[in-house]
Design a protein around this ligand. Structure first.
Ligand SMILES: *[C@@H]1O[C@H](CO)[C@@H](O)[C@H](O)[C@H]1NC(C)=O
Ligand SMILES: *[C@@H]1O[C@H](CO)[C@@H](O)[C@H](O)[C@H]1NC(C)=O
Ligand SMILES: *[C@@H]1O[C@H](CO)[C@@H](O)[C@H](O)[C@H]1NC(C)=O
Ligand SMILES: *[C@@H]1O[C@H](CO)[C@@H](O)[C@H](O)[C@H]1NC(C)=O
Length: 373
């Protein structure tokens, strides 16, 4: 039984003051959100040369993708609003919060192969914070430079997932990061956090913490209670993460969108019980159409609606990446699933190319899943 001893107004005032100051993912308007997803469109869309800075935005308040009114390289919009807690809020100068910017291809510095093929940012304090996972090389910029979007990140499609987590979840996230072995190019784990986050401090200091296995799966719950499942592998799990592990563990055939360079790509694979099939073309509503070879994002969806799983992450279905650390963050949210499943235009199935229009119009087994399309 909870007894409210404070006058109601004071209680409300305190709550709101705390909420607005809390570190979290921020939406397009700069308000706190539990999670958001961004799909930056490639420069080559519909056979035309576009700006390369337009993006689609999704969060739990939307019905589906919305074209952002901001450009990804401007200091407005969800990603900039979120990262500006670090840049403008100068959180990096405080010893009350932990942060890490990581990327196998960091801004300015040279590429070092030994780290995991993983990109992201985290910022949190004793209360909560965000974990942003994305596919953009040379991003985000060093804290002193403010929010900058690299021009190299304009050409191809890119995805980003931001989730707001309470402090306790970051203790689990830290364990997952050890498997990823991310290249932390700028970070801070203040002394007061050392006891809780010794491995994160090691990563920040450039050390490589010991692992007890070669891969790990962990459930994470966002501050708003949304379930995500993090799959991470170290370089010692030498296999295609999609086929060799995630599809079999989820028990679902997966359609995978990833950056595949010719001659290094792994073909669609139907030899294990659950299949992994390469997506070749993406089509957003209102005929925004592009080919996978212009898309640097890494995500997958279950082929079947009833499995309803979507994962975003770090690794491409490429031979060289069998030997790299990296992971996927999976969601069972129907809104996220529908948004990603709908944009699959065609993929290479077990017996050849599959044009997904048939499924969209007639559904599977006579069931029409998306009558609005
Ligand atoms: C963002 O990119 C576009 C397209 O390349 C460019 O025209 C614009 O000036 C850029 N804006 C900023 C703020 O860098
Ligand atoms: C990175 O972070 C620290 C603050 O945490 C700062 O002092 C340092 O100069 C930053 N920049 C670079 C380029 O390392
Ligand atoms: C954090 O910084 C403040 C002021 O800069 C300092 O007084 C305090 O001792 C620091 N705390 C820790 C735990 O380092
Ligand atoms: C399919 O994937 C599995 C797991 O990665 C692998 O062992 C097998 O050789 C692949 N099959 C083909 C035909 O590539």
């Amino acid at each position: 039984m909870v007894h409210f001893t404070l006058p109601f107004q004071i209680l409300v005032f305190c709550c709101c003051a705390v909420c607005s100051a809390e570190i979290s993912c921020k939406n397009e308007e700069g308000e706190p959100v539990d999670w958001f997803i961004i799909y930056k469109l490639p420069r080559y869309v519909n056979g035309d040369i576009g700006s390369g800075v337009e993006y689609m935005y999704l969060d739990s308040s939307k019905e589906s993708w919305e074209m952002s009114k901001y450009m990804i390289n401007s200091s407005q919009g969800a990603i900039a609003n979120t990262l500006n807690q670090l840049y403008m809020g100068k959180e990096y100068k405080f010893n009350t919060s932990v942060y890490a910017l990581y990327n196998d291809a960091p801004p300015v510095l040279k590429y070092i192969q030994q780290y995991g093929h993983t990109k992201g940012a985290l910022l949190f304090d004793r209360s909560q914070g965000f974990w942003l996972s994305h596919s953009i090389p040379h991003f985000p910029s060093f804290p002193e430079r403010g929010y900058l979007y690299p021009s190299s990140g304009k050409v191809n499609g890119q995805t980003a997932l931001c989730v707001t987590y309470q402090y306790q979840e970051f203790l689990h996230i830290a364990t997952q990061l050890v498997y990823l072995y991310p290249r932390f190019y700028n970070c801070s784990v203040p002394a007061a956090f050392l006891a809780d986050l010794p491995q994160l401090a090691q990563l920040c200091a450039g050390a490589k913490p010991q692992l007890s296995s070669n891969k790990r799966m962990e459930q994470l719950f966002s501050a708003g209670g949304e379930k995500f499942v993090s799959f991470v592998k170290s370089e010692n799990f030498v296999d295609d993460i999609y086929t060799g592990w995630v599809a079999q563990t989820l028990g679902a055939d997966l359609l995978v969108e990833s950056w595949q360079t010719q001659g290094h790509d792994l073909p669609s694979n139907c030899s294990l019980p659950k299949h992994t099939m390469n997506i070749k073309r993406i089509q957003f509503p209102r005929s925004v159409l592009f080919h996978s070879h212009n898309d640097h994002s890494k995500w997958c969806v279950s082929r079947l609606y009833e499995d309803q799983v979507t994962c975003l992450g770090d690794l491409n279905r490429e031979r060289g990446q069998l030997w790299r650390g990296g992971g996927l963050i999976c969601s069972f949210n129907p809104l996220i699933y529908k948004a990603f499943r709908e944009v699959v235009d065609w993929y290479i199935g077990c017996t050849g190319p599959v044009t997904d229009v048939l499924y969209l119009v007639f559904g599977v087994n006579g069931v029409t899943y998306w009558p609005d399309k």
